[in-house]
Design a protein around this ligand. Structure first.
Ligand code: MN
Length: 252
């Protein structure tokens, strides 16, 4: 199995190193990761400046771009005619990617960019509390991979995995979940620069709003690894008929 590993926290991130160590015995790894922290980059491509690739280890590269740039490059020509990768594993993110986070996440975006490969793409995040149990999340990643190798799932599926920040023995198991959603974000934080001009920091995300039974929030809070299958189709299929009717009524 050939696995492309990426993340959004940058090639020096603790979570990436744990992930690489855990997966190396299981597969042939190629790492292509951003040169710095690009959390919140979502599915952005860099189109205004050229991308540069630097090798920092055996089959390990960093790029002056976003997570999406990294995966796009890696599966669209960076390695010439070499065989393609079988899947992308992205992470281990330094923090949760629950509910609405998925729209902003560079970790999830890297996995989404790998959706055309032969196996499901996996985004894996550690829901930080007081621990920093990246070792737990790394072990979860290798278990999921072994399971995939035994029992494949559909290609082009994206699995969004969130791991509670607990010692491995204290995990209660795995749950398949749907995305919940968050309350509105906290307000932006206003400060001033040395010349007295206002500057702003984006504030923290809101807490879980729809966080009931069956959601990713609920599973993680109860000590389970949350596994949410994602799709790229954002169409609100249930609203098609309503919109159709609304369009027909125009000009009335
Ligand atoms: Mn991140």
């Amino acid at each position: 199995m050939r696995i492309l590993v990426s993340n959004d926290d940058g090639y020096r991130a603790e979570g990436l190193q744990h992930l690489v160590d855990a997966l190396r015995p299981l597969a042939e790894l190629t790492v292509v990761a951003p040169d710095r922290n690009r959390s919140g980059a979502s599915n952005s491509l860099t189109l205004d400046v050229p991308l540069r690739v630097s090798e920092y280890g055996e089959r390990m590269y960093f790029v002056n771009g976003t997570p999406t740039d990294c995966v796009h490059l890696a599966i669209s020509g960076l390695f010439g005619q070499e065989q393609d990768q079988d899947m992308v594993v992205s992470g281990i993110n330094d923090g949760a990617n629950l509910g609405d986070d998925v729209l902003y996440s560079g970790t999830v975006a890297a996995a989404v960019e790998g959706r055309f490969l032969g196996l499901p793409a996996i985004a894996i995040s550690l829901v930080l509390r007081d621990g920093r149990h990246f070792d737990t999340a790394a072990r979860v990643a290798s278990e999921l991979l072994l399971r995939l190798a035994r029992t494949p799932l559909h290609a082009s599926m994206i699995l969004n995995v969130n791991v509670p920040d607990l010692p491995y023995e204290r995990l209660r198991g795995f749950k398949s979940t749907r995305l919940g959603y968050r309350h509105r974000s906290e307000p932006v934080v206003r400060a001033s620069d040395p010349r007295g001009r206002p500057v702003y920091w984006v504030g923290p995300p809101g807490g879980g709003d729809d966080a009931g039974e069956g959601t990713d929030f609920h599973a993680v809070a109860a000590g389970y690894v949350s596994v949410t299958p994602l799709q790229v189709d954002l169409t609100r299929h249930t609203a098609l008929a309503d919109v159709d009717e609304w369009l027909r009524g125009r000009g009335e």
